[in-house]
Design a protein around this ligand. Structure first.
Ligand code: ADP
Ligand code: MG
Length: 433
């Protein structure tokens, strides 16, 4: 299917300008499919992999529908976690940057309820909330859904996995039946279909097919490696590729903890995230990651799913995922929005069979690569150093240093020997950076 340009959609000039500022060039496949239908007023089920722009797929038409002069609550978005609430709210606020008067409020557990109550009282057009906190406000009477015209269930699979089914149903009972109900999810299960039957009216089912899922710009390769050698390989790859931001996946929480510890002793800026950690801890880690305070984030699938981590240069599968779908989710974290990304998968022993299965499932070829030797790394580092030397010569003011070199030449050394000696000193001291 050809993707639509945003200009081909009937959108207000405010939204078009915001989209331009954000830098989206064309719609993603799920946006192409869903935005026109949502604008028409249809109930929609939108299914596409994580990282494919589902937030804007509902965020854009949602904003188009808001009637600003009336500051009553007109739309709610239900999200599984606090992180997602914040992300969705941020994205909608960005899309609304030329609609100054639109008020968007995220409400989630952990934040003082009093503050949320005060904000709600002032009048809000769109609320983005976690099921638990939404229920809390409904029970207190501090949130009224009588005027809500649009409900979005975002990351529906996650919400059901987390056991929010009853909460979601309870919330939907507060919303007038005359409404538009949108459901977005990376995967669809029987349970989700049951929910849609009960709460949506003649929904349009729009799905981005699987083979479109793996972004073509992602360079995928794998290494056959001994379990014991995995950490060493990871360090070598980080150094060779000069990766500043990597997302590393392990299959279990314990393996996350262990890898984080090992990488810390090797001097990397690293942290981990998994389901056993308290929400506050997870928030702290995510914040550090987004603010570039860590270079490597080690995560389990469950902890990382649904979280939007922009600009990850590389996804590293420290373990081959147990589930094919997880592989697609994982590598979807790099090469977003058309940027170049790489995915590197570590395969040990029988994991090779799982990898073959993944290749069949995703219909992609994952190239095998040779583990770089220490000698390879040395050479690559020297290449990087030479590159740096060139840049310094072009850009920097080197007068003081030239003076020193001149003195050496005056006493009879030649510049070739001097440069070579300096390189050797750098190499022996391993000061490449
Ligand atoms: P999903 O909900 O499907 O997992 P998100 O809505 O979190 O995905 O979007 C993933 C990333 O893609 C975000 O950083 C978002 O800003 C970006 N994005 C969304 N739509 C577009 C687009 N049309 N072009 C480029 N990037 C986009
Ligand atoms: Mg999403």
């Amino acid at each position: 299917m050809d993707q639509l340009l945003f200009n081909e959609l009937t959108l207000s000039k405010e939204i078009k300008q915001a989209i331009k500022d954000i830098g989206f060039e064309e719609t993603t496949p799920i946006q192409s499919l869903t935005i026109p239908k949502v604008l028409e007023g249809r109930d929609v089920i939108g299914q596409a992999q994580t990282g494919t722009g589902k937030t804007a797929a509902f965020g854009i038409p949602l904003l188009e529908k808001i009637y600003i002069p009336d500051d009553s609550l007109q739309a709610i978005v239900i999200c599984p976690t606090r992180e997602l609430c914040i992300q969705v709210a941020q994205e909608i606020v960005k899309l609304a940057s030329y609609m100054r008067k639109v008020k968007v409020l995220p409400i989630y557990g952990g934040q003082p309820i009093g503050r949320q109550i005060r904000a709600l009282k002032k009048g809000v057009h769109i609320v983005i909330g976690t099921p638990g906190r939404l229920i809390d406000h409904l029970q207190r009477g501090t949130l009224k859904l009588d005027g809500v015209e649009t409900v979005v269930l975002d990351e529906a699979d996650e919400m059901l996995d987390m056991g929010f089914r009853d909460d979601i149903e309870a919330i939907l009972r507060f919303v007038p039946e005359q409404r538009q109900t949108l459901l977005f999810s990376a995967t669809l299960s029987q349970d989700i279909m049951k929910l849609t039957k009960k709460y949506q009216t003649n929904p349009e089912f729009l799905k981005v097919p699987h083979h479109h899922l793996t972004a073509p710009k992602i360079e995928q390769s794998y290494f056959e490696v001994n379990e014991k050698m995995k950490t060493e390989l990871l360090s070598r790859l980080m150094d060779i590729h000069d990766i500043n931001l990597a997302l590393v996946f392990c299959n279990t929480k314990r393996r996350v903890d262990r890898l984080v510890k090992n990488l810390k002793t090797r001097g990397y800026l690293v942290d981990g995230i998994h389901g056993d950690m308290r929400q506050a801890q997870r928030d702290r880690v995510m914040k550090k990651f987004r603010n570039n305070k860590i270079d490597i984030l080690v995560a389990t699938d469950v902890a990382a799913r649904g979280i939007d981590v922009p600009d990850v240069e590389a996804v590293i599968n420290y373990d081959v995922p147990n589930d094919n779908e997880y592989y697609v989710h994982r590598i979807g974290r790099t090469g977003r929005a058309g940027k170049h990304g790489i995915s590197l998968t570590f395969v040990s022993g029988k994991e090779i069979y799982k990898l073959r299965d993944i290749q069949r499932y995703t219909k992609t070829k994952i190239k095998q690569k040779k583990i770089p030797s220490l000698k390879d790394i040395e050479n690559i580092k020297i290449d990087l150093l030479i590159e740096k030397v060139k840049n310094y010569i072009q850009e920097d003011n080197l007068d003081d240093y030239i003076h020193t070199v001149e003195k050496l030449i005056e006493v009879g050394f030649n510049s070739m020997d001097i440069a070579a000696a300096l390189l050797k000193i750098i190499k022996d001291n391993k000061v490449y950076n």
